[in-house]
Design a protein around this ligand. Structure first.
Ligand code: PNS
Length: 158
Protein backbone atom coordinates (compact mmCIF):
# COMPACT_ATOMS: atom_id res chain seq x y z
CA UNK A 1 0.00 0.00 0.00
CA UNK A 2 1.20 3.51 -0.81
CA UNK A 3 0.79 6.84 0.94
CA UNK A 4 1.39 10.51 0.13
CA UNK A 5 3.01 12.82 2.66
CA UNK A 6 2.37 16.34 1.32
CA UNK A 7 3.74 19.65 2.50
CA UNK A 8 5.69 22.78 1.74
CA UNK A 9 8.93 21.41 3.22
CA UNK A 10 10.62 24.83 3.11
CA UNK A 11 12.81 23.20 4.37
CA UNK A 12 12.10 19.68 5.68
CA UNK A 13 12.63 19.55 9.47
CA UNK A 14 13.46 16.64 11.79
CA UNK A 15 9.74 16.65 12.68
CA UNK A 16 8.80 15.91 9.06
CA UNK A 17 11.58 13.33 8.83
CA UNK A 18 10.28 11.54 11.92
CA UNK A 19 6.86 11.18 10.25
CA UNK A 20 8.44 9.94 6.99
CA UNK A 21 10.52 7.34 8.83
CA UNK A 22 7.46 6.11 10.70
CA UNK A 23 5.24 5.77 7.63
CA UNK A 24 8.02 4.24 5.55
CA UNK A 25 8.00 1.31 8.02
CA UNK A 26 4.26 0.76 7.60
CA UNK A 27 3.76 1.32 3.87
CA UNK A 28 5.40 -0.14 0.78
CA UNK A 29 5.78 3.22 -0.86
CA UNK A 30 5.88 6.81 0.44
CA UNK A 31 5.52 9.78 -1.89
CA UNK A 32 6.88 12.92 -0.24
CA UNK A 33 4.96 15.53 -2.25
CA UNK A 34 6.26 19.10 -2.27
CA UNK A 35 3.63 21.73 -2.98
CA UNK A 36 4.78 24.05 -5.75
CA UNK A 37 2.85 27.10 -4.60
CA UNK A 38 3.70 30.01 -6.84
CA UNK A 39 1.85 32.51 -4.63
CA UNK A 40 3.80 31.64 -1.51
CA UNK A 41 7.07 33.33 -0.70
CA UNK A 42 9.35 30.34 -0.29
CA UNK A 43 12.94 30.42 0.86
CA UNK A 44 13.94 27.45 -1.30
CA UNK A 45 13.09 26.48 -4.86
CA UNK A 46 11.41 23.13 -5.47
CA UNK A 47 14.73 21.69 -6.69
CA UNK A 48 16.54 22.86 -3.54
CA UNK A 49 13.80 21.46 -1.29
CA UNK A 50 13.93 18.19 -3.20
CA UNK A 51 17.71 17.99 -2.82
CA UNK A 52 17.48 18.44 0.98
CA UNK A 53 14.66 15.86 1.30
CA UNK A 54 16.52 13.30 -0.82
CA UNK A 55 19.62 13.77 1.31
CA UNK A 56 17.61 13.39 4.54
CA UNK A 57 15.83 10.28 3.24
CA UNK A 58 18.77 8.50 1.64
CA UNK A 59 18.53 5.69 4.22
CA UNK A 60 14.90 4.99 3.23
CA UNK A 61 14.59 2.99 0.02
CA UNK A 62 10.79 3.20 -0.41
CA UNK A 63 10.58 7.00 -0.42
CA UNK A 64 10.09 8.96 -3.63
CA UNK A 65 10.18 12.76 -3.70
CA UNK A 66 7.74 14.41 -6.10
CA UNK A 67 6.27 17.89 -6.53
CA UNK A 68 2.82 19.09 -7.47
CA UNK A 69 0.88 22.24 -8.15
CA UNK A 70 -2.87 22.55 -7.93
CA UNK A 71 -5.11 20.38 -5.81
CA UNK A 72 -3.70 17.59 -3.69
CA UNK A 73 -6.85 15.54 -4.41
CA UNK A 74 -6.11 15.69 -8.17
CA UNK A 75 -2.48 14.81 -7.63
CA UNK A 76 -3.46 11.84 -5.47
CA UNK A 77 -5.67 10.57 -8.32
CA UNK A 78 -2.77 11.04 -10.73
CA UNK A 79 -0.55 8.92 -8.49
CA UNK A 80 -3.38 6.39 -8.09
CA UNK A 81 -2.98 6.76 -4.32
CA UNK A 82 -5.91 7.27 -1.95
CA UNK A 83 -4.14 7.86 1.35
CA UNK A 84 -2.57 11.02 2.76
CA UNK A 85 -0.40 11.22 5.88
CA UNK A 86 -0.32 14.33 8.07
CA UNK A 87 1.39 14.95 11.38
CA UNK A 88 -0.51 16.55 14.25
CA UNK A 89 1.54 18.64 16.64
CA UNK A 90 -0.47 20.84 18.93
CA UNK A 91 -4.24 21.12 19.31
CA UNK A 92 -4.03 24.18 17.06
CA UNK A 93 -3.16 21.92 14.09
CA UNK A 94 -6.31 19.88 14.57
CA UNK A 95 -8.90 22.35 13.30
CA UNK A 96 -7.08 23.18 10.06
CA UNK A 97 -6.12 19.57 9.43
CA UNK A 98 -9.61 18.15 9.93
CA UNK A 99 -11.01 20.80 7.61
CA UNK A 100 -8.45 19.88 4.93
CA UNK A 101 -9.10 16.15 5.36
CA UNK A 102 -12.86 16.66 4.98
CA UNK A 103 -12.44 18.92 1.96
CA UNK A 104 -10.05 16.48 0.32
CA UNK A 105 -12.57 13.71 0.86
CA UNK A 106 -15.29 15.90 -0.64
CA UNK A 107 -13.11 16.41 -3.72
CA UNK A 108 -12.12 12.73 -4.01
CA UNK A 109 -14.44 10.52 -2.02
CA UNK A 110 -12.04 7.60 -1.72
CA UNK A 111 -9.26 9.78 -0.31
CA UNK A 112 -8.52 9.17 3.37
CA UNK A 113 -6.21 11.12 5.68
CA UNK A 114 -4.12 9.31 8.25
CA UNK A 115 -3.03 11.48 11.19
CA UNK A 116 0.12 10.66 13.11
CA UNK A 117 0.73 12.33 16.44
CA UNK A 118 4.03 14.14 16.13
CA UNK A 119 6.90 13.01 18.25
CA UNK A 120 6.78 15.12 21.43
CA UNK A 121 10.42 16.10 20.81
CA UNK A 122 9.28 17.99 17.72
CA UNK A 123 5.80 19.10 18.70
CA UNK A 124 6.89 22.77 18.75
CA UNK A 125 8.88 22.60 15.52
CA UNK A 126 7.95 24.21 12.21
CA UNK A 127 9.86 25.30 9.10
CA UNK A 128 8.69 28.89 9.66
CA UNK A 129 10.11 29.02 13.19
CA UNK A 130 13.41 27.54 11.99
CA UNK A 131 13.63 30.26 9.33
CA UNK A 132 12.88 32.93 11.93
CA UNK A 133 15.51 31.59 14.31
CA UNK A 134 18.30 31.45 11.72
CA UNK A 135 17.36 34.89 10.37
CA UNK A 136 18.18 36.27 13.83
CA UNK A 137 21.40 34.29 14.05
CA UNK A 138 20.08 31.48 16.28
CA UNK A 139 21.26 27.88 16.26
CA UNK A 140 19.11 25.46 14.22
CA UNK A 141 21.32 22.33 14.22
CA UNK A 142 18.83 20.43 16.38
CA UNK A 143 15.95 21.05 14.01
CA UNK A 144 17.13 20.48 10.43
CA UNK A 145 19.81 18.42 8.66
CA UNK A 146 23.38 19.68 8.20
CA UNK A 147 22.68 20.19 4.48
CA UNK A 148 19.63 22.33 5.29
CA UNK A 149 21.62 24.33 7.87
CA UNK A 150 24.34 25.01 5.30
CA UNK A 151 21.90 25.97 2.54
CA UNK A 152 19.92 28.21 4.89
CA UNK A 153 23.08 29.98 6.05
CA UNK A 154 23.94 30.65 2.41
CA UNK A 155 20.44 32.05 1.72
CA UNK A 156 20.50 34.35 4.72
CA UNK A 157 24.01 35.63 3.96
CA UNK A 158 22.92 36.63 0.43
O1 PNS B 1 3.33 21.80 5.13
P1 PNS B 1 2.06 22.54 4.89
O2 PNS B 1 2.34 23.88 4.30
O3 PNS B 1 1.21 22.59 6.14
O4 PNS B 1 1.22 21.69 3.80
C1 PNS B 1 -0.05 22.10 3.36
C2 PNS B 1 -0.49 21.30 2.13
C3 PNS B 1 0.57 21.35 1.04
C4 PNS B 1 -0.73 19.87 2.50
C5 PNS B 1 -1.83 21.93 1.64
O5 PNS B 1 -1.69 23.32 1.55
C6 PNS B 1 -2.27 21.40 0.28
O6 PNS B 1 -2.61 20.26 0.12
N1 PNS B 1 -2.24 22.28 -0.76
C7 PNS B 1 -2.59 21.93 -2.11
C8 PNS B 1 -3.80 22.68 -2.62
C9 PNS B 1 -5.08 22.00 -2.15
O7 PNS B 1 -5.33 20.86 -2.44
N2 PNS B 1 -5.89 22.77 -1.41
C10 PNS B 1 -7.10 22.28 -0.81
C11 PNS B 1 -6.81 21.57 0.49
S1 PNS B 1 -8.23 20.96 1.21
Amino acid sequence: MKIIYPGSFDPITYGHLDIIERISKKFNKVYVAILNNKNKNSLFTIEERKKIILDSCKHLNNVEVVSFSGLLADFAKELDCNLIARGLREVSDYEKEVQMALMNKELYSDLETLFLVSNYKYSFLSSSLVKEIISFGGDIDKFVSPMAVQMMKEKYSE
